[in-house]
Design a protein around this ligand. Structure first.
Ligand SMILES: Cc1ncc(COP(=O)(O)O)c(C=O)c1O
Length: 370
């Protein structure tokens, strides 16, 4: 049976290696530091684990169809109404809702290139044309060119902020200038998968623009700051009429019961949230300054990861760290063959990374001296 012709060349999303794959490949005695998928290294919150233990007795039941309780909790957090919130099986699913509800084959979306790969994957799946606008010289979203590239067929623009894989952000004025005077029938998707880690006052959160009445969909996730990547829980914040349309294409019970219970518990564990955000802030500063001191270019990040240019030695450095159980994300698939993306780890992981990196460099220097 023939699949849809436009799926012929579609390549699946290239995920980071899983812990199981790494263990199988490495057969290491020592610890493995998984710094390749921007997961929360603290493990889940104890409150979440307790809630899940209790919820296990209910998994023979479907979850609440409207997800009212979690949407209410989120509405409180963001000072919105539950009608402005939709839940997804990961924020990835909310990206897909945009395609399901709003995009016809032949329509156009604009994406920065590179950025989070799923926008383009969904475009390919739904027969939608994606227009790639290269990042500017500093590897930031090129807002001016993006705006100038809008055509009558453009229906949505996807912007990850902080950007993946660089971790970079834009100041409020740049966003405002971009959002002002956009055509009315375009949805701006502000993907804040890493929005919890922004700590600059001059950096806006998408919610501000939503509250100003602009046509934005803000994506948020429990996968990163709340440590629930394995349960798949994300959500979108948007004007009521957009959530209403997206709800029509949402499968019943798209988010599972355990994810809902975990999400509710996670929102209540402020201590865990604060602890992780502080770990990221400190770890990010530490790794940035240490890596710069070693002579590498580090991109300024407001996310729970950093992108580092290791130059020609990149592949060798990646492999050496990998063999020592320190797993980073190569960015060849994003068009950056000399860079690696490093998730901010625990203090122990960050120090181990630097130790191995220094050893690798010393060995390299000795070899080139001989
Ligand atoms: C920019 C960005 N958006 C969305 C996602 C999807 O997150 P999830 O589906 O786990 O909520 C990711 C995951 O890494 C991401 O980096």
């Amino acid at each position: 049976m023939e699949a849809k012709p436009w799926l012929k060349n579609l390549k699946p999303y290239p995920p980071g290696k899983t812990l199981e794959e790494i263990k199988r490949e490495l057969k290491l005695e020592g610890p493995i530091y998984k710094l390749n998928s921007n997961e929360n290294p603290l493990g889940p919150s104890p409150k979440v684990i307790n809630a899940l233990r209790e919820a296990l007795h209910e998994i023979h039941l479907y979850p609440e169809a409207s997800y009212q309780s979690l949407r209410m909790a989120l509405a409180q957090r963001w000072n919105l109404s539950p009608e402005e919130i939709i839940l997804g099986n990961g924020s990835n699913e909310v990206i897909e809702f945009v395609f399901k509800a709003y995009l016809n084959p032949g329509d156009e979306v604009i994406v920065s290139f590179p950025s989070f790969l799923m926008y383009e994957k969904f475009a390919e799946i739904y027969g939608v044309k994606s227009l790639r606008i290269p990042l500017d010289k500093e590897l930031n979203h090129d807002f001016k060119t993006i705006k100038a590239s809008i055509t009558s067929r453009t229906r949505a623009i996807f912007l990850d902020h902080p950007h993946n894989p660089t971790g970079q952000v834009h100041p409020r004025e740049t966003w405002r200038e971009f959002l002002d005077d956009l055509p009315k029938d375009i949805l701006i998707v502000i993907d804040e998968a890493y929005g919890d880690f922004i700590d600059g006052e001059h950096v806006p959160r998408g919610i501000e623009f939503l509250k100003e009445g602009r046509q934005v969909l803000v994506l948020r996730t429990f996968s990163k700051a709340f440590g629930l990547a394995g349960l798949r829980l994300g959500y979108g914040l948007a004007p009521v009429e957009i959530i209403f349309e997206m709800n029509k294409v949402r499968q019943p019970f798209n988010v599972n019961l355990l994810a809902v219970k975990a999400g509710l518990a996670a929102l209540q564990d402020k201590e865990y949230e604060e602890k992780y955000l502080e770990l990221v802030r400190r770890g990010r500063n530490f790794l940035c300054s240490s890596l710069k001191a070693l002579g590498f270019k580090v991109y300024p990040s407001q996310a729970n990861f950093i992108m580092v240019d290791f130059g020609n030695e990149c592949e060798k450095i990646y492999q050496n760290l990998f063999e020592k159980g320190i797993i980073l994300r190569p960015l060849k698939a994003y068009g950056f063959p000399n860079t690696l993306r490093i998730t901010i780890g625990t203090e122990e992981a960050n120090h181990a990374l630097l130790r191995v990196l220094r050893d690798t460099m010393e060995n390299n220097n000795e070899q080139s001296a001989n």
